[in-house]
Design a protein around this ligand. Sequence first.
Ligand code: THU
Length: 162
Amino acid sequence: MKSINLNISFEQYAGIEELTLADRTLCELSEKALASSYSPYSKFRVGTAIRLASGETILGSNQENLAYPSGLCAERVALFSIGSTYPNAVIESMAITAQTDNFEILKPITSCGGCLQVMAEFERKQKTPIEVIFYCLNGEVLKVPSVKSLLPFSFVEDRLER
Ligand code: THU
């Protein structure tokens, strides 16, 4: 038996003012994306902005449904939109933020496992890391250098491809 430890490194910023201009802009766009959230059931708005290597930025927000499992998280809305509109796009970075009228969100929200798995697939497909920025409105920002850091044991069964 061997005991193995995995370490992940990420950056923590007190606020978006500490970010580079490009990252700050991405966070601000993720906030803008909150406006299109359709979340009458959870009342929890999530927005994302994804920067492509082409320079273009794609926005997404969570879209809910009366039949709960039929809704989709903001991250997957934006990622699948990129997959279908720009199938060869390379993603550089994505920023994610959330907001609710019910309480003040005091820490950055981090993506659910299903979204991480989809993000991992995009990263694997493009063969370059995708930076992930979790932005708490008017608060702290966490920046992770790759999806692999967030989900080191993602499902990557290469034999499925043979
Ligand atoms: N949600 C996201 O958009 N992204 C996540 O990573 C986690 C949760 C959405 C789904 C649902 O519309 C609302 O947040 C409450 O769970």
